[in-house]
Write a protein that binds this ligand. Sequence first.
Ligand SMILES: Cc1ncc(COP(=O)(O)O)c(C=O)c1O
Length: 427
Amino acid sequence: MDFREDGAAALDWAARYLERVDELPVLAQVRPGELTAKLPESAPEQAEPFSSVLSDLDELIVPALTNWQHPRFFAYFAVTASEPGILAELLAATLNQVAILWRASPASTELELRVVDWVRQLLGLPDGWHGHIEDTASTSTLAALIAARHVTGRNVVVCSEHAHSSVEKGARMLGMELRKAPADESLAMRVPDDLSEVAAVVATVGTTSFASVDPVRELAERAHAAGAWLHVDAAYAGPSWICEEERWSQDGVELADSLVINPHKWLLVPMDCSLLWTSRPEEFREAFSLTPEYLRTADDAYALADYGPALGRRFRSLKLWAVLRCYGAEGLRAILREHMRLARLFASWVEESPDWELCAPVRFSLVVFRRRGSDEDNEELLSRANASGEIFLSHTRLGGRYVLRLAIGNARTSEADVRRAWEVLNR
Ligand SMILES: Cc1ncc(COP(=O)(O)O)c(C=O)c1O
């Protein structure tokens, strides 16, 4: 292959995709198995040119994409892979660092520590916390539960009924017992009375369904009094703390034993990039540190693999570094503030309309609402709206009722896109 020529074509393809992504349907308009049927059943025996891969991208892959980069993607938590992050991914693959320990990639190890610390400062988190990058919040929370079990010698995890499924999955994978605490009318976790056998309490800031916020301070104080570990899952909402006015939701987070936030959710970094901090680095490290003879060297006092499950680690800090530098904190704040403004604007239309109702307080950039009528009406409405290809929203249940979620998180989303969503839903 001609790396320069094919590379230029790939970059051109990427630029064209981003320029016209808003003309594509947001939700893939294909049936299950449709792509599989078009793909050869086995790998080619003879080499093919890279241009064939690019043309198949248009022919086969694009029609089967749900376009997460689309400005009218409002489902789950909407995300952005920004241009600096995309280019840094190309460079990270070019360098192909496998940062198993310091000498295997001094650059990856040291840039990661420095850049994660930049984010710590931007979010207003305490000095002295140790942070590193995992792939996803699911892995970060799994690591936190492993550390909590190691430190406490206990086997019970407590979280809210509204906590993300990754907490339950983590507990299940570790053979730990999960206890879900009920939430109050504000959708915040009620603080359980008895935490005496508990290894970890997981508090969520910005729950997946409603973006509600658990009482972190009270949970931390009660957890610590009972000898338990307090892990905070702020995977989605944590990035909002770069804006001072959103730090109300940070109350008590300084007491956490560990905290996860996802720059791949709401800090413009391409999937995947999850930041995990601990205020107890020594104990945290003890849970993971294990150096076999073939990795033992005189200068390898430091390995980020000692803070999580994986040995081989990607150069993820490169894209985080690029995004932080190319937007600047100011640029990132402006984008997040606009997302939150758009969410409040959409919510105001819902509130003003007799046909719709707001179902939960608007937090961060998420609106939870429904059309007045039955669950079936709302389900039917959502499926028709999504089938239009013009917008993509997802749903959840609140008190048994089917409710719709409009999540704003794409840097390309404008007021016109949010207005269009409102028009489509009403149509
Ligand atoms: C609150 C919360 N925690 C954790 C996760 C899991 O994130 P990941 O996909 O990075 O594992 C999500 C995903 O939406 C989430 O909303």
